[in-house]
Ligand binder design. Structure first.
Ligand SMILES: [Zn+2]
Length: 306
């Protein structure tokens, strides 16, 4: 029998349910604790052998509320997820969370609030609480499989963001949706797996297969300043204990700075220094033009090149 959810990440062939073997290229895929491990054999970074001891992290955070000792605010997700769900209506839909990490604990109740939606979580992180392990560059789903793709702070950690964005456009059905949060002014936060940042304009270009419904600020210049202060302090010491003390001191002394973002959220000029932006869009027939993206800039640093 053919697996109804997943397909071969290498050749897009159908996967046979028994043993997860590809019916086309004959590649064989493993599972760990019932979770498929669907990486291409030529993936340089991830392979099935790395996931033998994978298990969900029981310490998954239950909420995403900002606290005084946290480094960021999130001005968008509590407001945007209900908006996204309103577009979906009452019929159960398939939502795919790429790079789901350990978000299921708090995200699932939000996504399933309105209807009995099916939510599938995937990630490369073997400690992630996911339904399958796969690489965003080679999503093991058929064209148009999902009604929605969600990514929050994942695309800055992938090798080729445009390729992953193209996979989003492929696996989302025409008329389906994307919700994306992507950092702009944020220091390295994922060690060696941290490659790039995007302005809101760059975020729009990356997701130009989707017609823009709404964009805005996840976290603003207050959060960016707090990150900068912490990283300034951390630059003085490589010692583990000293860094822990510095982090604690910065967050206690300056944690309040991030709350200025609540005042700045709707100020266009604040977007030029935002810590993180969001994009919600609908899968379009045509790519959005670069001229249209440039015309949609709403910061206050107006420069004319032509
Ligand atoms: Zn195959």
């Amino acid at each position: 029998m053919v697996h109804t959810d997943y397909q071969c990440p290498a050749c897009h062939g159908a996967l046979l349910d028994a043993g997860l073997n590809c019916s086309a290229c004959k590649a064989a895929y493993a599972q760990v604790k019932g979770r498929p491990i669907l990486f291409r054999a030529d993936n340089d970074l991830f392979s099935a052998g790395d996931y033998a001891d994978a298990k969900p992290d029981d310490a998954a955070p239950a909420s995403r509320k900002s606290s005084l000792t946290g480094l960021s605010v999130n001005l968008s997700i509590d407001r945007m997820i209900p908006k996204l769900l309103a577009h979906l209506g009452d019929q159960p839909q398939t939502l795919l969370v790429v790079g789901g990490g350990r978000q299921r604990g708090w995200l699932d109740p939000m996504l399933k609030a309105g209807a009995a939606h099916r939510v599938i979580y995937c990630d490369v992180d073997k400690w992630a609480d996911v339904d399958l392990f796969c690489d965003g560059h080679d999503l093991p789903f058929a064209d148009g499989f999902a009604d929605v793709v969600i990514q929050t702070a994942v695309l800055e950690h992938v090798l080729y963001p445009e390729r992953v964005a193209a996979e989003f456009a492929r696996v989302v059905r025409p008329g389906g949706f994307v919700y994306s949060e992507l950092p702009f002014m944020q220091q390295v936060h994922e060690g060696a797996y941290d490659f790039t940042r995007y302005t809101l304009g760059g975020h729009r270009r990356l997701l130009n297969a989707f017609e823009e419904i709404e964009t805005g600020m996840v976290a603003g210049p207050g959060t960016a300043l707090l990150w900068a202060i912490e990283n300034f302090a951390l630059a003085f010491s490589g010692g583990k204990t000293a860094r822990r003390i510095l982090k604690g001191a910065v967050r206690i002394l300056f944690g309040w700075i991030k709350y200025f973002d609540h005042l700045l959220a709707n100020k266009p000029q604040a977007m030029d220094g935002a810590s993180c932006t969001y994009f919600m869009g609908r899968r379009a027939e045509m790519r959005r033009s670069d001229a249209d993206i440039i015309a949609s800039y709403r910061g206050q640093k107006h420069i004319e090149h032509i």
